[in-house]
Write a protein that binds this ligand. Sequence first.
Ligand SMILES: *Cc1c(COP(=O)(O)O)cnc(C)c1O
Length: 383
Amino acid sequence: MNYHINTKCLYGNHDKSPVDNTGAISFPIYQTATFAHPDVGSSTGYDYSRLQNPTREQLEKVVASLENGIDAVAFSSGMAAMNALMELFQPGDHILASNDLYGGTIRIFNQINKKNGIEVTYLDTSDADLVENSIKNNTKAIFVETPTNPMMNITDLGAIARIAKSHQLLFLVDNTFLSPYFQNPIDFGADVVLHSGTKFLGGHNDTLAGFLVLASTSLSEQIRFILKTTGSGLAPFDSWLLLRGIKTLAIRMEAQQKNAIAIAEWLKNQDKIRSIYYVGLPSHPGYEVNLRQSRGFGSMISFHVDTPATAFRILRKVNLIQYAESLGGVESLITYPMLQTHADVPVEEREAKGINDTLLRFSVGIEKVEDLIADLAQALEEK
Ligand SMILES: *Cc1c(COP(=O)(O)O)cnc(C)c1O
């Protein structure tokens, strides 16, 4: 079967929960470390949960189907997935990456990869010619986020995929911000899609998870070997929480986006707000490209306020909206990238991108939008 994405959120491309014959609607949690063998030299297909676990496998099938991948592997966090992905590379390899990225990804690139002899060059990946001209003899991959965290820059997936193919590079896309509900990079030629499952996929700010979705059997074999060897797979109970979260992905994404559009429009008319970065605003420089390659805009809004004092006041005065890291869940969260997600990015690098003391990042949840706007309005007041 090839179901509509809303339907795939329930069972992937299966008609129903496939495993047992009890008729259970909810997939069981196989809380077991190991599996008994039916005979000498034979296996049920399950040997040890570091390698395979039925609950994790069910989740992986659902996520692979949502991203149109041939396989997906579930990790204990987005960064564990990223770390496994980087194990594909050798000392001496070079990677081209977007110049605006999640702070933890920059930390892996600048600290772990560097130590391992893997070099990374940051550049504006919305400029395809610049990307092509920056390829070196040892370049092995192009890594992008679109929209980027936190500045919401858009990269043309098809254009970069064509460059990657013609130079035999891997094209790696962190699709956390739009989730598979709104964007499927493999359809445009990506080789690997990364997700922090902690965000929209889990959706409830209660579980860490990460995914690598693979577009080829060769990549699937390599990543499964890395998983088996390094052991950062998602635990059975957390896999079940993700399965449960994904069931409502479609309706959450629609509700959160609807709220985000209303809030972005409201922010436009507030005099203490200087600039708004939301891909759903037609004034966003990446609006057209994003429309071509996605089915929506998501619910992440960054904005610059007039002064650091205003930024502090908002963070201190919000009541309903929580001042916390992370994003994508049903609860609205506001964060100060300079001190949270991007605290480890060198100051000059950070400031050059606009991640300064007046930038806030807002992850819009599913609350009634009037309540969210009232909370922002009272937080903006100078009292
Ligand atoms: C949160 C995030 C990550 C890291 O995921 P964790 O689950 O927190 O380890 C990676 N990329 C993006 C875009 C993120 O927002």
